[in-house]
Design a protein around this ligand. Structure first.
Ligand SMILES: O=P(O)(O)OC[C@H]1O[C@H](O[C@H]2O[C@H](CO)[C@@H](O)[C@H](O)[C@H]2O)[C@H](O)[C@@H](O)[C@@H]1O
Length: 246
């Protein structure tokens, strides 16, 4: 990953003829909420993405840690490519999902841990989330438990997220997802532009910077991105402007 730039510049307007746009979901397109199921989806978000995708010749993809079926529900109206579960599953890209052995047992162990400790368990199609937002004092305990799980279930890796620790299939990441997408039409040969807010997005932000494009960090914090927007509302405004301009 490249050195943090401390990016402060707003991103430039998108270029419809040359850009490929990759968008994170939570904390980028929609505001962070107290629970995964409490997010508010702006009206017409899916349709807006579809219109923008048309302008970009189809070179717009969602790249998220969320399970794919959830993304499809939340972004109904957008029928373009999606990468879910931090790169382990996708839609419209001809890739097989990465499904390590032991998923059901792993999920049971996660659910039991959350029940015992009063945490929120998020079942996911290819892993799960341990959410400690309501009990931040349990962060360390949760991280230790997740690390132990990877020794019992070696096909899975720990993925840190905002106030959560996730278990996802090993060997997947958002930068690898961008690498894969860059070899598929209509993304091939276009300038990669990636927007995201979290540590899970930093490898992808760095990847875009290193491959002739740029990253847009959403919110505070050190980043490899050269551009920054304050919050999802500003991302949506930037996308709306792109729809008018390009
Ligand atoms: O890659 P993303 O689209 O950014 O998804 C990352 C994770 O986001 C979700 O969790 C985060 O957002 C929740 C809703 O705002 C919040 O309650 C939670 O504390 C955050 O960690 C989602 O639940 C995960 O599955 C995603 O992997």
């Amino acid at each position: 990953m490249s050195e943090p730039t401390g990016a402060e510049d707003a991103p430039p307007a998108l270029n419809a003829a040359q850009d490929a746009l990759f968008l994170d979901f939570d904390g980028c397109l929609v505001e962070i909420a107290p629970r995964p199921d409490a997010i508010i989806i702006p009206k017409e978000l899916g349709k807006t993405l579809t219109r923008l995708s048309e302008r970009l010749g189809g070179a717009l993809a969602i790249v998220s840690g969320r399970s794919l079926p959830e993304l499809e529900t939340y972004l109904a109206g957008f029928d373009g490519p999606m990468v879910g579960s931090h790169g382990a599953e996708s839609r419209g890209l001809g890739q097989e999902a990465v499904r390590p052995e032991g998923l059901a047992d792993l999920q049971q162990a996660m659910e039991d841990f959350c029940a015992e400790n009063g945490l929120l368990y998020e079942p996911k199609s290819l892993g799960g989330g341990l959410h400690y937002r309501a009990k931040p004092e349990l962060q360390l305990l949760t991280e230790r438990f997740a690390a132990e799980l990877t020794t019992r279930f070696p096909g899975f890796e720990v993925q840190l997220a905002k106030m959560a620790v996730e278990l996802r299939p090993g060997g997947v990441s958002k930068d690898r997802a961008l690498e894969m997408l860059s070899h598929i039409a209509p993304f091939t040969g276009r300038r990669p532009v990636y927007a995201g807010d979290d540590v899970t997005d930093e490898p992808a932000l760095a990847w875009a910077e290193a491959h002739g494009g740029f990253g847009v960090k959403v919110g505070d914090g050190a980043t490899a991105a050269s551009h920054r927007l304050a919050a999802p509302a500003q991302v949506r405004t930037w996308l709306a402007a792109a729809l008018e301009d390009c």
